[in-house]
Design a protein around this ligand. Structure first.
Ligand code: BES
Ligand code: MN
Ligand code: ZN
Length: 511
């Protein structure tokens, strides 16, 4: 897909369809501006008066052959910024508009960006919103696939200032969002694959191919290497499956060698960002087996790893000035004859011993070894994304990702990046209190806590392995998969995390 910008008015842009994003009015001003009244010879205002188009977020109306416009179809969509941080709402409105058009053979779409946000922000959101809305998870249908013909998106910036500085900022925003959009699609395509078609070995092949195409190094540690290293926590989870485990390592290094220092932290140590992603290709729970209803969804238990692979693909394009390394431990959690038993004690890569009281708390075990490995590679800022607990879904539902950390400054930077990226994320409490739940009479740690606060005790477990390194954990169990189709996105993998991590890496590179 190609993304372009122009300062022409949308009426004059040759495209198959047009999208107008109308900011929901704050007071009693009209939803439809004079410009839109003119472009539609009054029709848009009539539709607003009759209630067909409302001020509600993502309200849309389709107009055929708008009077004084080059495009044959026009969708108007309302964007309500509401009381949220503000980012991401234009993307949702643009996405909702595109979902009304995507099966109508439209190859090019022009989008008028609202002037209530800066041109570069509006451009970015339109690109990310339309690309995200264009995704359909139906790649295994042999007929009746819901195909999109979209090739070009042209964002129209009439009404926005056109100084050299603004033009440069817009171009930068366009590039960044185009890369995020691509990375997010990579993540969604991987997360949508069923367990039989994407075991760890195949995920590693796909990661290698994606990294290679992006010009990045990808190393895959196999079972033998993991055994020699002593990644016993990860290997314990993998041993019940006939599919061997892997640890995927994708490296991005800036051309100019090691990068800038992080001035705001008052340290001269250059930042090396480590992105750790849980990739359980399928989670049956192991011997502590899960109930069957909805077990099929555990194919998305590798969404954290998929997000990291997608983020690396995007960063390869954007070339931040700091090194970034993705570490993606991948296993299948099965209840085979050689599966680990509840009560088994394993020794992780760090030397910490863990009593595995529940084999379904497997994500934290593979992440423990991946976090240790990331530190060994020199990563000094860590973020992990993981579909880690059902408890986070109980706490936050499907709207917000739960964010945990051991360093308030680092956590703040991640949360700010999430807000900038338009991904809803929310700070959870410090993990110190919850660590008490993880005592074992026989080993250093137990892999589960008590019944309550399960997302917090899981985060406390991970924090133990980050040790003193600034670490943020994103529990994406509730946000990585949409249970039902939304106006701007289909049911299925959301690609959550990619945008936040890309924004974070870019931000760390600039200060
Ligand atoms: N992959 C699951 C968590 C999950 C649940 C992801 C629902 C997405 C949707 C994880 O491995 C798991 O099974 N966690 C257990 C932990 C428990 C045994 C302490 C859980 O949340 O029940
Ligand atoms: Mn599990
Ligand atoms: Zn799991």
């Amino acid at each position: 897909m190609q993304f372009e910008t122009t300062w022409k008015d949308i009426s004059d842009v040759a495209a198959d369809a047009a999208i107008g994003i109308l900011a929901a009015p704050a007071g009693d001003e009209a939803l439809v501006s004079a410009a839109w009244r003119n472009r539609t010879a009054g029709l848009a205002a009539e539709l607003a008066d009759s209630g067909e188009l409302s001020a509600k977020h993502q309200s849309t109306v389709l107009i055929h052959r708008p009077q004084s416009m080059a495009a044959a179809k026009l969708v108007l969509a309302t964007c309500d910024f509401g009381d949220e941080s503000g980012h991401g709402r234009i993307a949702e409105a643009a996405g909702a508009a595109w979902r009304r058009l995507r099966t109508t053979k439209v190859e090019s779409v022009a989008v008028q960006a609202p002037t209530s946000r800066s041109a570069e922000e509006a451009v970015g959101e339109v690109i990310e919103g339309i690309a995200a809305a264009d995704y359909e998870p139906d790649q295994y249908k042999t007929k009746d696939r819901s195909e999109s013909k979209l090739k070009r998106v042209i964002v129209c910036l009439a009404g926005h200032e056109q100084s050299a500085a603004r033009v440069a900022a817009v171009e930068d925003g366009r590039r960044t969002s185009a890369a995020i959009a691509r990375g997010r699609t990579v993540a969604r395509e991987l997360a949508n694959e069923p367990g039989n078609l994407l075991p760890p070995r195949v995920l590693a092949e796909r990661a290698t191919a994606a990294a290679g195409k992006a010009g990045l190094e990808c190393e895959v540690l196999d079972q033998g290497q993991l055994e020699r290293l002593g990644a016993g926590a990860l290997l314990g989870v993998a041993q019940g499956s006939s599919e061997p485990p892997v640890m995927i390592v994708i490296r991005y290094r800036p051309d100019g060698g090691p990068a800038t220092s992080d001035a705001t932290r008052g340290s001269s140590e250059p930042v090396h960002l480590g992105l750790v992603g849980k990739a359980v290709s399928f989670d049956t729970g192991g011997i502590s087996i899960k109930p069957s209803p909805d077990m099929h969804l555990m194919k998305y238990d590798m969404a954290g790893g998929a997000a990291m692979i997608g983020a690396m693909v995007a960063l390869a394009d954007l070339k931040p000035s700091i090194p970034v390394t993705a570490i993606v431990p991948s296993v299948e959690n099965m209840p085979g004859g050689s599966a680990q038993r509840p009560g088994d004690v394993v020794t992780g890569l760090s030397g910490t011993t863990v009593e595995v009281l529940n084999t379904d708390a497997e994500g934290r075990l593979i992440l423990a070894d991946a976090i240790t490995y990331a530190k060994g590679l020199g990563c000094n800022r860590l973020v992990d994304a993981a579909t880690l607990t059902g408890a986070i879904v109980v706490a936050l539902g499907h709207s917000y990702t739960g964010v945990f950390g051991n360093d308030s400054g680092w956590m703040e930077r991640v949360l700010e990046s999430a807000a900038r990226a338009g991904e809803r994320m929310w700070a959870m409490p410090p993990t110190t209190e919850y660590k008490q739940q993880l005592k074992s009479p026989i080993a250093d740690l137990a892999n589960i806590g008590t019944r309550w606060g399960g997302a917090c005790s899981a985060a406390a477990f991970l924090t133990h392995f980050a040790d003193g390194t600034p670490f943020v954990h994103l529990d994406i169990a509730g946000t990585a998969w949409l249970e039902k189709t939304l106006p701007h996105a289909p049911v299925g993998p959301s690609g959550v995390g990619v945008a936040t991590l890309v924004r974070l890496a870019l931000r760390e590179a600039t200060n």
